[in-house]
Design a protein around this ligand. Structure first.
Ligand code: IPM
Ligand code: MG
Length: 358
């Protein structure tokens, strides 16, 4: 039985970068025995335009039936004035939540070829290899009550709720510790336990789960300090485990250490390894339709999909190696371009990776 892969191109540069990733998948299918079928669905702004819902029932049904999902990006200025429940972003959030994709893995790796593209000094970032494990289906993104209400004096008040249950903290902590066992065996749990009760509980529960992983060294850090340390001395980190909101913010920060947010893939997985794979960058409206966006984060998301959901470890390495190869040859999209390198388009970058996959 072939594995079912659902493609969700989404908005902005989403369709352009996903098309390049699909070329890579088709190459693996043609020449390397990858046994997958590809389906396609609508999510985000395009789904609002065509179906009146950022996550149409058809898409959710396809997603439930799929073994893995590859997503481009959602959102854009066109839909920014819509009410919150009708925003493109809601499609993505509901997909994560409905499928129980609670663990979001966001690696920040600096390719040696891209040291010059990082805004930080080479000695600060050379060899960088961090994994942010972000809790993805809880916290303030999903907490109730939420809304905007009108107070007695007529003033409006916006409110959200930061909640974490022990079970939610336990499962994300276990994921982080298990992955740390395959890496440098260090976990830094990031919270704001000095101010927020929900993250005081977070700190306590992560500490308890750590006892099941005696080989892993656990440290705790407040989120403000973590932001500073990520810029000051990023290589002190191996695995960072944190809440939904803190993970959203810190992963963008960590992405920049690696030269460009256009390089970084992510995996969002459930308790059985089913996953959704997407670049961590957004829909980049200003780059849309110009054939300049960097498809490498999406192509690297294919590698994560091969590794975590399709058990194709060799093919995953093959794709990652191919990305290394094109970088070594000096090919650079706009976002990672530095003097002396060859500037290439989205299509050229995709084609080069396909050729390197061989
Ligand atoms: C991300 C994005 C999303 C998030 C948005 C698009 C809802 O920023 O995946 O990091 O905040 O989770
Ligand atoms: Mg984000």
């Amino acid at each position: 039985m072939p594995s079912r892969v659902l493609l969700l191109p989404g908005d902005g540069i989403g369709p352009e970068i996903l098309a390049e990733a699909v070329k890579v998948i088709k190459m693996l299918r043609r020449s390397h025995g990858l046994n997958v079928t590809l389906e396609e669905g609508l999510v985000g702004g395009i789904a609002i335009d065509e179906m009146g819902d950022p996550l149409p029932g058809e898409t959710l049904a396809l997603a439930r039936g799929a073994d893995a999902i590859l997503l481009g990006a959602v959102g854009g200025p066109k839909w920014d004035s819509l009410d919150m429940p009708m925003r493109p972003e809601k499609g993505l959030l509901r997909l994560r939540s409905e499928l129980g994709l609670f663990a979001n893995l966001r690696p920040a790796v600096l390719y040696p070829e891209l040291e010059a593209a990082s805004p930080l000094k080479p000695e600060v970032v050379a060899g960088l290899d961090i994994l942010i494990v972000r809790e993805l289906t809880g916290g303030i993104y999903f907490g109730e009550p939420r809304g905007i209400k009108i107070l007695e004096n007529g003033e409006r008040e916006g409110f959200n709720t930061l909640v974490y249950r022990e079970s939610e903290i336990e499962r994300i902590a276990r994921t982080a510790f298990r992955i740390a066992m395959t890496r440098k065996r260090q976990v830094c749990s990031v919270d704001k336990a000095n101010v927020l009760e929900s993250t005081a509980l977070w700190r306590e529960v992560v500490g308890r789960i750590a006892q099941d992983f005696p080989d892993v060294q656990l440290t705790h850090m407040y989120v403000d300090n973590a932001a500073m340390q990520l810029v000051r001395r990023p290589k002190q980190f191996d695995v960072i485990v944190t809440t939904n909101l803190f993970g959203d913010i810190l992963s963008d920060l960590a992405a920049m250490l690696s030269g460009s947010i256009g390089m970084l893939p992510s995996a969002s997985i459930d308790h059985q390894g089913k996953g959704m794979y997407e670049p961590i960058h957004g829909s980049a409206p200003e780059l849309t339709g110009r054939n300049v966006a960097n498809p490498l984060a999406t192509i690297l998301s294919v590698a994560l999909m091969l590794r975590y959901s399709l058990s194709e470890l060799q093919l995953a390495r093959r794709v990652e190696e191919a990305v290394h190869n094109v970088l070594r040859k000096g090919m650079r999209t706009l976002d990672i371009h530095t003097p002396g390198m060859r500037k290439v388009s989205t299509h050229e970058m995709g084609d080069a990776v396909v050729a390197a996959v061989g």
